[in-house]
Design a protein. Structure first.
Length: 485
């Protein structure tokens, strides 16, 4: 039924069909009772206004803010659809800002009221949106409500930062692994799992091998689910386990709780786990773990340069390709068989690593700075980032200056962490072996150790187009080698 002007009570009894919209945050004490109370009072309001009115349906959105447009309010959307299709022509609610606190959404309600004659009645602050004066008053109220939302968010951010700078724990979200529900008391059994995992990562074990071991031992994450490599990585890199309180990823103060690992251990973990050469290929998937050169091959087509992805052919033969599909977005023009290029890379890498001159350069680079010196440099850059972030949030630094400092510091930190990671890999690799002994070691080494050796001496190989048409072997003229040492 479409209403155009006139008194609401002048409508035929059968045309006065109501919907009841209820919304309340479930984190409030007695939220369940709050929903019942709101619904009861809205029903009483409808009975007073329209004794013969029929309630078509109840639309209840719980724990979804009217001001947060990132979360979908499914019941609100269903109510709007029922208004548009004529199932209801009146809506009762607790307060208009229970329905919406966003000016843009209010305009939809105004449009329903003006064009369809929909009546919106509220227990508190009822405004008739069918009149121009009512719509003006509603818009003023919505603007004031929106301002209050923004001021509240600003106050909350300020209060959160103040608590963080005082080292207070953050109590929102999921319980962090290693700590009890109070976020400060260490659960020693879980803490020992994190310490052991950290030690194994530093000693060269992969996250995947550690996760497999945890699954075999029946050790679950804080969610009660099996560990994944990504969740273990996140847990080990979480500044909380080193005793730090952060805001937006920036360390602001030492927390008022005991650390599970020390700063030096976590810095080593960050150096290893954020090292790009650990990735077996940006394409991900189980195939990346079966290929030696994931992350070491790039497309040699001018203007492309995308990392080649591991991908079997239709016949099942392993290969590396420049993948055109998102998210890679390469040119799609390069493919090379895996086995011959892996054999060629292995031969050249082993020969180079066994060279006395290269061995001396590697050792000199490793001894040029102690790990402590590198960690001190990383700490200095992190402190600079923290200081810049505080100055920016307090309005003492421009966004452009902050971004410049951030870009420079993060690049230097990346290089320093890469140096630590390289030193750790080099320390675990065989030293002083000749080509024959090194080749025997290679045959028995795990894929991870082989990749470690490759990453020590090889930066990448650019694979270009085929230069010998009809040639079935590896076309060496396609390969452009870029060495680290």
């Amino acid at each position: 039924m479409i209403v155009r002007g006139g008194s609401w009570l002048d409508l035929p009894l059968t045309d006065r069909v109501w919907g009841v919209y209820v919304r309340i945050s479930l984190d409030r004490v007695g939220a369940g009772l709050g929903v019942i109370r709101q619904e009861t009072e809205v029903r009483e309001l409808i009975t007073r206004l329209d004794p013969h009115g029929v309630i078509y349906d109840i639309y209840c959105d719980n724990d979804v803010s009217a001001s947060d447009r990132r979360k979908k309010r499914k019941q609100y959307a269903r109510m709007a659809k029922d208004i548009e299709t004529g199932q209801i022509n009146a809506v009762g609610c607790w307060h208009l800002d229970r329905a919406t606190r966003h000016p843009m959404e209010l305009e939809y309600l105004c449009e329903y009221a003006e064009n369809l004659g929909t009546l919106f009645a509220a227990v508190h602050g009822s405004i008739d949106l069918r009149t121009s004066n009512g719509r003006m008053a509603a818009r003023m109220d919505a603007a004031a409500a929106r301002r209050e939302v923004e001021l509240k968010a600003t106050r909350q951010r300020s209060a959160n930062r103040q608590r963080a700078e005082q080292g207070e724990s953050w109590y929102g979200g999921m319980r962090p692994y290693g700590y009890d529900t109070d976020r400060t008391t260490i659960i020693e059994a879980e803490a020992e799992v994190l310490r052991d995992a950290a030690k194994r990562v530093i000693n060269g074990d992969s996250l995947r091998s550690i996760v497999v071991d945890l699954d075999r031992r029946g050790i679950l994450s804080s969610t009660g689910k099996a560990w994944q490599a990504v969740t273990l990585r996140r847990a080990l890199l979480n500044p909380r386990i080193a005793g730090w309180r952060t805001v937006d990823g920036v360390k602001v103060a030492h927390g008022k709780w005991d650390a599970i690992i020390d700063d030096e251990t976590q810095a080593k973990l960050a150096a290893i786990l954020t090292d790009p050469s650990r990735k077996a290929g940006t394409g991900g998937g189980s195939g990346a773990r079966k290929y030696l050169l994931g992350g070491f091959l790039v497309c040699g087509i001018p203007g492309c340069g995308k990392p080649l992805q591991s991908q079997p052919s239709n016949s099942g033969a392993r290969g590396y390709v420049c993948r055109k599909a998102p998210p890679i977005g390469g040119c799609g023009r390069i493919r090379v068989a895996a086995e011959p290029i892996e054999e060629e890379v292995a031969a050249r890498v082993l020969s180079r690593f066994a060279s006395p001159a290269v061995a001396r350069r590697l050792q000199a680079a490793m001894n040029s700075q102690t790990e402590g010196d590198i960690l001190d440099q990383i700490k200095a850059y992190e402190d600079r980032l923290d200081s810049a972030a505080r100055d920016y949030t307090r309005g003492q630094m421009s966004k452009r200056a902050m971004q410049t400092i951030e870009k420079t510091a993060e690049e230097e930190i990346r290089k320093l962490r890469g140096q630590i990671a390289t030193n750790h890999r080099l320390a675990d690799l065989p030293q002083g072996l000749g080509p024959v002994e090194l080749a025997r070691w290679w045959q028995d080494a795990s894929l991870e150790r082989k990749r470690d050796l490759v990453s020590v001496v090889l930066d990448h190989v650019a694979v270009g187009p085929v230069t010998r048409v009809g040639f079935t072997g590896l076309d060496l003229d396609r390969l452009n080698w870029v060495w680290k040492v």
